[in-house]
Design a protein around this ligand. Sequence first.
Ligand code: GP9
Ligand code: MN
Length: 424
Amino acid sequence: DSNDITEVKNYTNSTYVKPNEKYFGAAKDMNVIYISMESVQGFLIDYKLRGEEVMPFLNSLTKDSNTLYFDNFFHQTAQGKTSDAEFLMENSMYPLPQGSVFTTKAMNTYQGLPSILKSNGFNYTAALHGNSKTFWNREEMYKSQGYDMFYDSSYYNMLSENIIGYGLKDKPFLKESIPYLKEMPQPFYTKFITVTHHFPYPLEEKDRTLEPATTGDKSVDQYFQTARYFDESLKQFFDDLKSSGLYDNTMVVMYGDHYGISENHKRAMGELLGKEITPFEQAQLQRVPLLIHIPGEKIEGGVNHTYGGQVDVRPTILHLLGIDTKNYIEFGSDLLSTEDHQIVPFRNGDFVTPEFTEVSGKCYSNETGELTQDSKTCAQYSEAVKKELELSDKTVYGDLLRFHEVKGFKPVKRSTLDYSKAEH
Ligand code: GP9
Ligand code: MN
């Protein structure tokens, strides 16, 4: 009830950190494109296989003066996989400990990123994905998030030769999306869900431009080939943004959605990384890249070592757009803020901070990778993480945003939204 939302609001008020003047509004009035980079883990950045870069284009972006690249950024997903990442990124709340929030809580009231942007001068919001709108119950959830439009597989040329694994291959998917982008009223917010770099990483011979790794663990070995394919798709997309005239006025946010190589592949990973994959190292491997590309020398780009997770992206992006988040319920905090906020909860209650990593109740020093003596500090962090996850769950299970009004926010009207092709 309203007491519960007050408790949640008091909590998120207490963890709110102020935007950084230097970045606030840096991307004001720009279009925004999110790219969910399927299974792209942080270790791929600058990784070389037999001396050759696996993702040369993404690597070049991490060194681009118009890009903020976060190298201590972690996914926080659970069973809802890609959809959990979407939920974190657009709601600054945690997905559920079991099952998928997209599947079970799509009819809740949300104040999701698309609806916030629509309330703040954006003229169009759309999600694009080369698979069915029913996957992860996206059609229903996207309505609740306030998306004007969802271009699912029915809007694409689903030739069998262009499909592998989880849907339309990334190159034709992104290519065919450009005309849709060009038609959108600006400023727009769009989200692209890529899929080709998905376990177990199958790829046709003609699409391979890298030899596989040679650990003998097949999915791990192929992982690098589909990562390369995705990298080429991303480069193609940036080129197309340039030739379509959208590039200069568009902020592109790229994030790895979750791990691609699970802990069942420790041996192969150990071989590739040249170290034993201990529980401590396994937690470090949950890093995924986050890149924010803002053209036009509006920011001082570079590598940012702030510790954060997917829950922190929404306030970061809203502040870059010049929209303050104080009045919204957000469990994350602006990664660019100079105030302290660097605890990264994992969905299971484990966590990482700049100093410590806790896994299954054991707390390690990041410096040594060994168990720490400072169990008192870890216990305090652990309590804080538990409380944060509990309050987020309470908000989702109790559908508490029903009771939360924000001045200037226009609530989503689901019944006015229709993504079926006949309507467009
Ligand atoms: C397909 C894609 C699948 O719609 O989201 O990815 P997953 O959630 O399995 O990573
Ligand atoms: Mn995924």
